[in-house]
Design a binder for this molecule. Structure first.
Ligand SMILES: [Fe+2]
Length: 485
């Protein structure tokens, strides 16, 4: 393996026993480019052409208060597949906050679990006091990779080949951009939302294939909400107003405490280029939804799949150290109990029908992105280790037949989110691979695995060694070439 290292970043982080600064969540502070990676099993497919992009949280400086993994600085890892050859690189997203903390030589902002007064400078995000670390999501739009922050941040553009940070997206509004903007591969448009503590509490926007903001619409809500994701069909976008949000009385004292309110879930269906007057709200059973899988139109209905949480505000985990027990529960799929679920919005009657699709605790799902907004047959979900934000396996569902296939990665082996990468010249929806990084805590190493989606239960068909152990994180994306179509 040939490894080129970048000059080291200045870090002040000290060793600790924090559950999300150790083990598979140990921050990595090294940036490298690596060629001639060892193929540990199988062969690198010649019919993959694109990059797997993975956003991870790698805290650089000693936290001012209590660290939460979503506070960490964004690092993008890339595995580049081209004509049977692979190369690897990882780079920090050079955010304005990272630059400021490098200059200061330490942390300037408190985190999600800290009182707002912890920050030494004015903060960002809906919360208002956080570092915009851009460490949540990663997608590709208008030929560039785009990293985003779940609390609404500035949206950073990166070269998908070199991972050089190109700056802030110039279309990003002052109120910021939430994680999980959605790209329609047919039109090249990007749909996004943001949310805040100030009326109208939400905005919805559309950016065209050339990176031009073509609409930006206020979405009036009854108060501050905490949406995390949205869905799109070919003609509509689906926003949400869910009953798990900051307690109003505590928020007035600047305390950000989430509680479940005695309210239904509401899903707002708006024509893609529509106005707030055209928004229609559909009521549904109370829940919180971290992630949606897809939505599409079928006759007079909009069908939307995602993960329904049975217990959106879980009690602190008794098996965790008391100072982390609350955080551990909110990071644990088995505490909030998320399951595959379908909502159907009847555009004639305004009614919602909904049904669970599987009993298993699942989240962090992916589909073939070519099917975003149109009917899809297959979904791929992640299974987590009980008590932990660590993925131990994947489940493929055929929603047409109801069949499913499941794989586990083995003891102490933890995956990253696994997008579907279509084979070059793919003939149908599941003709391709699931791509994931796996950190093996038995050996202290990381690798990239490929799972043939048509032979899912066979497990990885190819394993490629990485030059260092990477830190776990949140979202990943497959960007097929050409990046700009
Ligand atoms: Fe997310």
């Amino acid at each position: 393996m040939r490894i080129d290292k970048l000059p080291p970043i200045r870090t002040t982080l000290r060793d600790s026993d924090h559950p999300y600064l150790t083990g598979a969540w140990t921050p990595l502070h090294e940036e490298v480019t690596a060629h001639d990676l060892p193929v540990l099993e199988g062969a690198v497919p010649a019919d993959l052409d694109g990059v797997y992009l993975r956003n991870t949280e790698n805290q650089i400086h000693q936290p001012l208060g209590r660290y939460h993994p979503f506070d960490g600085d964004a690092m993008i890892h890339q595995l580049d597949f081209r004509r049977g050859q692979v190369s690897y690189r990882n780079r920090y997203v050079r955010t304005r906050c990272l630059a400021a903390e490098q200059e200061a030589g330490g942390s300037l902002w408190g985190g999600l679990m800290d009182p707002p007064g912890t920050s030494l400078r004015a903060g960002f995000g809906a919360h208002g006091s956080l570092k915009d670390s851009s460490s949540t999501d990663i997608t590709l739009h208008a030929g560039v990779a785009l990293s985003t922050f779940y609390q609404c941040g500035e949206a950073y553009r990166l070269d998908p080949e070199t991972l050089d940070t190109l700056g802030i997206a110039d279309w990003a509004p002052l109120e910021g951009v939430s994680a999980h903007p959605k790209v329609d591969s047919a039109t090249g448009e990007l749909m996004f939302f943001n949310y805040s503590k100030h009326a109208p509490y939400m905005h919805y926007g559309v950016v065209d294939r050339n990176g031009r903001l073509t609409s930006y619409t206020p979405i009036p809500l009854p108060g501050p909400r905490l949406p995390h994701d949205m869905a799109i069909t070919a003609r509509h976008s689906i926003l949400n107003d869910l009953p798990a949000f900051w307690d109003r009385d505590l928020l007035a004292q600047n305390v950000h405490a989430v509680r479940m309110h005695d309210l239904p879930s509401r899903f707002g269906v708006i024509p893609r280029h529509g106005s707030a007057e055209q928004l229609r709200w559909f009521e549904a059973a109370p829940t919180y939804v971290l992630h949606f899988l897809n939505a599409y139109e079928r006759e007079h209905e909009i069908v939307m799949d995602g993960y329904f949480q049975e217990n959106p505000t879980p009690r602190p985990r008794k098996d965790a150290a008391s100072s982390y027990a609350h955080m551990m529960a909110y990071l644990d799929e088995h505490s909030f109990r998320s399951r595959l679920h379908r909502w159907r919005f009847d555009l004639r009657t305004g009614r919602t029908r909904e049904e669970p699709l599987d009993d298993r605790i699942l989240e962090f799902g992916m589909i073939n992105q070519q099917y975003t907004g149109v009917p899809n047959r297959y979904v791929y979900s992640s299974k987590a280790k009980p008590g932990w934000f660590l993925f131990v396996g994947f489940v493929k569902h055929d929603l047409q037949t109801g069949r499913s296939w499941e794989i586990e990665l083995g003891a102490n082996r933890y995956a990253s989110e696994a997008p579907f990468a279509p084979r070059v010249g793919a003939r149908d929806e599941d003709d391709g691979y699931l791509v994931s990084f796996v950190t093996d805590e038995n050996t202290g190493t990381s690798e990239c695995i490929l799972i043939d989606a048509k032979r899912f239960a066979d497990g990885p068909v190819c394993r490629i060694g990485l030059p260092h152990k990477i830190c776990s994180g949140t979202h990943a994306h497959w960007a097929a070439r050409p990046f700009r179509s």
